[in-house]
Design a protein around this ligand. Structure first.
Ligand code: ZN
Length: 355
């Protein structure tokens, strides 16, 4: 039996759709609302068992269909080779260790991992000059996304979807193969090494775990143009990946949360155009559990309150990871102990703020 046949046996289309967060429960053969184009009325998405696997078709807006592999190609934006690697990984037959969802976390929400299907707001007219990006900047291959998912302890769906959405890219930075967080504004980009090591001291730059790309506007909140609803505001590129993981749990709710990151606790100003995009929105800040994190959160809360935002916070202190160590930031929270399922659920509760 070839690997695709094994994948189809282990993770057939109905279960694959649940794993990707496109359905809450394994859908039966027949017609459904199409989860790929967020269909509200109608049932354009048909699926039926066929031979060893399943076939699906969207007779509506997507106007496409195929088997399990085509679904991964369509939903994750992968070519066939990468879709095969992703399918093997999801079905647990790839060479990579599979991510095990946090026992408290994954059970605390419906397991929806995908990016919001809401349309992006109209592009913002930005006055500052965009940064210069490395000439070899590219969307991630399956292997590159899988490496970041392992480095940051999130499922590979999170990094694949971030890459598809243009929030994660890859390039050589300061001489090292790196992963880069950025957004469609091209105003800020921050790199980290793929091998997890520090960038060495160079000129006036000290040894550092992150390298901000030249020309970046540090006061631009990364990811802000990606949605229009409530905002989960975090600190740093590591927590930005974690926030993408957690916010995906809300993406099929009527009001999905948008992950946004300030890239540094020392940022005391908001870009004026960013301030306008925040205006009137609900912003929940998840500070790092340290003095600098708390101080930064208080400053940001004050700035956002001036924009008529409804600001609250989520305090991670007191939570412990599965290994027993305290949670220090949102990234640590991808590994919660089961007893903290309730705490995690509060992350997106209407009034879960403690700040
Ligand atoms: Zn569709």
């Amino acid at each position: 039996m070839n690997s695709i046949a094994t994948c189809k046996q282990r993770l057939p289309l109905p279960e694959l759709l649940v794993r990707l967060g496109l359905f809450d429960q394994a859908p039966k053969a027949g017609n459904h609302k199409c989860p790929l184009h967020h269909e509200r009325n109608g049932a354009s998405f048909g699926m039926d068992p066929k031979n060893e696997g399943w076939v699906w078709i969207c007779r509506g807006k997507c106007a496409t269909g195929g088997d399990e592999l085509s679904l991964l190609e369509t939903f994750l934006g992968l070519d066939t080779k990468a879709a095969i690697r992703a399918y093997e990984h999801l079905a647990g037959i790839g060479g990579l260790a599979s991510f095990s969802p946090p026992c408290g976390g994954a059970n605390a929400f419906s397991p929806a991992y995908h990016r919001p299907l809401i349309p992006n707001p109209a592009p913002v007219i930005l006055k500052p000059m965009p940064i210069e990006l490395p000439h070899d900047l590219h969307k991630g291959s399956f292997e590159e996304c899988a490496t970041v998912s392992q480095l940051r302890a999130v499922p590979v769906e999170t990094t694949l979807l971030m890459s598809k959405a243009g929030l994660l890219a890859f390039a050589k930075v300061a001489g090292f193969h790196s992963w880069i967080v950025l957004d469609d504004t091209r105003l800020i980009a921050e790199a980290r090494r793929m091998d997890g090591a520090l960038y060495p001291q160079w000129g006036s730059l000290a040894e550092r775990k992150t390298h901000t790309l030249k020309g970046s506007h540090k006061s631009w909140p990364l990811g802000l143009t990606q949605g229009t609803g409530p905002i989960l505001l975090v600190e740093g590129s590591g927590d930005f990946v974690a926030a993408n993981y957690f916010c995906a749990f809300t993406h099929r709710t009527p009001s999905p949360w948008t992950p946004v990151a300030m890239l540094g606790a020392s940022i005391k100003q908001l870009d004026p155009e960013a301030a306008e995009l925040f205006a009137g929105r609900h912003v929940r800040i998840v500070p790092h559990v340290d003095a600098a994190g708390k101080k930064a959160a208080t400053q940001w809360a004050n700035l956002l309150t001036k924009q008529n935002c409804d600001v609250d916070g989520f305090d991670l202190s007191g939570l412990t990871k599965t290994d027993g160590n305290p949670v220090k930031d949102l990234n640590d929270a991808t590994s919660f102990t089961a007893t903290h399922g309730d705490a995690l659920r509060q992350l997106f509760s209407p009034t879960g703020g403690i700040l």
